[in-house]
Design a binder for this molecule. Sequence first.
Ligand SMILES: *Cc1c(COP(=O)(O)O)cnc(C)c1O
Length: 394
Amino acid sequence: MSEPALRAEKLDAADDLAPLRSRFVLDGVVYLDGNSLGALPANVPDRVADVVRRQWGELRIRSWEESGWWTAPERIGDRIAPLVGAAPGQIVVGDSTSVNVFKALVAAARMAGEDRTDILVDATTFPTDGYIAESAARMTGRTLRVVTPQEVPAALGPRTAAVLLNHVDYRTGRLHDLPSLTAAIHASGALAVWDLCHSAGALPVGLDEHGVDLAVGCTYKYLNGGPGAPAYLYVRRDLQPRFDSPLPGWNSHADPFGMSPSYTPAPGALRGRVGTPDILSMLALEAALEVWDDVDITAVRAKSLALTDFFLQCVTAYTEPGRVESLTPVPHEERGSQVALRCEDAGEVMKRLIAGGVVGDFRHPDVLRFGFTPLYVSYAETERAARLLANVLT
Ligand SMILES: *Cc1c(COP(=O)(O)O)cnc(C)c1O
């Protein structure tokens, strides 16, 4: 056995999170794409079957009450809350991340007031956030300024209404400094809107602790909610009375069954709701979140960093120097839970990795992404992935 393979054995033997693997449906494939679509938690299929056969099939309309369908968005929001450092009552689940970015950013601009004329958006953002920010700025009569997270402090001023940032860069895996950026945004009097798609479930976020104003995130990546699982919206408690949703649907009405022609928003996080929630996906997500019941997110973070460190060490040990270049920052405080490697023919390399039983993904034009989900990725798998990569590259 090679030196890295021996180390992997020891690391797995000492890993307190290793038993969590049994909570997922896994096979012989090394699955390093949980940052795109998390693996299936083992309890989800039976739950979904029950929701379909009994709750829908037998109870039918009664399930809105009796199976808790109506209150699912807030209930499941409260389940996500501890994973992102939020007290209950501040998160609702529903709609896609894209839609929630829209709600959050327009609401932030409205709260900031008319004399604040600029919205700043992360130049390195996942594209959907950028498209929506452009439209939100146009609709609210603001000017959109596109800046990198590093440039944000210098770009802030008395005219800044809101800033939309990604906590972790989806391409490089770079973790941005949420506490200090949020503090700088607040010092200028603007609102901070964070997209947590690539951080929630992989590392502690500390929304309440750091005074984040609004946040959104998806649930199908590190939260393993399933394909197209609904996203979530966080509105800090003291801002909720001023949260003026650009999508005020009947589900966020103070009296939804009053069927009033005029809109009166419900109190609290409920204001983030729009229309009838996507119950099947939402209840699959609820089951998926049970995986986290006794899991400490700081232990998850520690394993995530250990896995990405170990992967980078294995790549260095096995791969000819110069064949790949890591885009992922080395300092832990700047790293999310993925490793991005730039290499020639990355698309072809990833096809061969997948054929060999190592699934990561390819991002145009030359990036290989490997996501490390601490709940179900082992050190032995990490070593195997690096070894196969080296073979494919020679
Ligand atoms: C994955 C991801 C999204 C996805 O948005 P959807 O509306 O769910 O398609 C949005 N933003 C970021 C930063 C992402 O990583």
